[in-house]
Design a protein around this ligand. Structure first.
Ligand code: APR
Length: 174
């Protein structure tokens, strides 16, 4: 089955997906932005699963570029895949680490048989990643994953939180 990539404007917490990606932080204990929205809409089950991952796998916090899956609580999605994107001004390799986040999230989705996957603009909010560069990196990384997994049958959606952000993504999709 072929892989597909599309752009959508909206609130990622409302999407019926196999997995939605959370632009989290290393603590995995919630925050603002899309992280806050996912925890608010998904409820305590998500935080409880994150706390368990911290205890059992990452006591020092989620390493940059890594990704972990939890149940999605009250969300219409089945899973939440949490990743900690690079903080643009202080990360030694922001472009490489952003690409690693997208790649690891896709690998974790694939490992969990999640074919319909939605991403927010990882690091493009509080973490200050320029949206044009982030769009280019996201799309190139997703396409590279598709090339490496031609039969994965993934339906990936890049979710923009505004029409202006969607326009940036669409320009890079051409
Ligand atoms: N649905 C889709 N996209 C959203 C939503 C939503 N409900 N809410 C925000 N966004 C978009 C923002 O407009 C931005 O383009 O998600 C993108 C990522 O922004 P942030 O949520 O600020 O995430 P990030 O820049 O990766 O910073 C992560 O912020 O919230 C804290 O705990 C989080 O410390 C972490 C840091």
């Amino acid at each position: 089955m072929t892989n597909t990539l599309k752009i959508l404007t909206g609130d990622i917490t409302r999407l019926v997906m196999d997995a939605i990606v959370n632009a989290a932080n290393a603590s995995l204990l919630g925050g603002g932005g899309v992280d806050g929205a996912i925890h608010r809409a998904g409820g305590p089950a998500i935080l409880e699963a994150c706390q368990r991952i911290r205890r059992e796998r990452y006591p020092e916090g989620l390493p940059s570029g890594e990704a972990v899956a939890t149940p999605a609580g009250n969300l219409p999605a089945r899973l939440v895949i949490h990743t900690a994107g690079p903080i643009h001004h202080s990360d030694p390799d922001p472009d490489g680490n952003l690409a690693r986040c997208y790649r690891r999230c896709l690998e974790v989705a694939h490992e969990n048989q999640a074919r319909r996957v939605a991403f927010p603009g990882i690091s493009t909010g509080v973490y200050g990643f320029p949206k044009e560069t982030a769009a280019r990196i996201a799309i190139a990384t997703i396409r590279a994953f598709f090339d490496a997994h031609p039969d994965a049958g993934m339906a990936v959606t890049l979710v923009a939180f505004s029409d202006a952000d969607a326009e940036i993504l669409r320009r890079h999709l051409k």
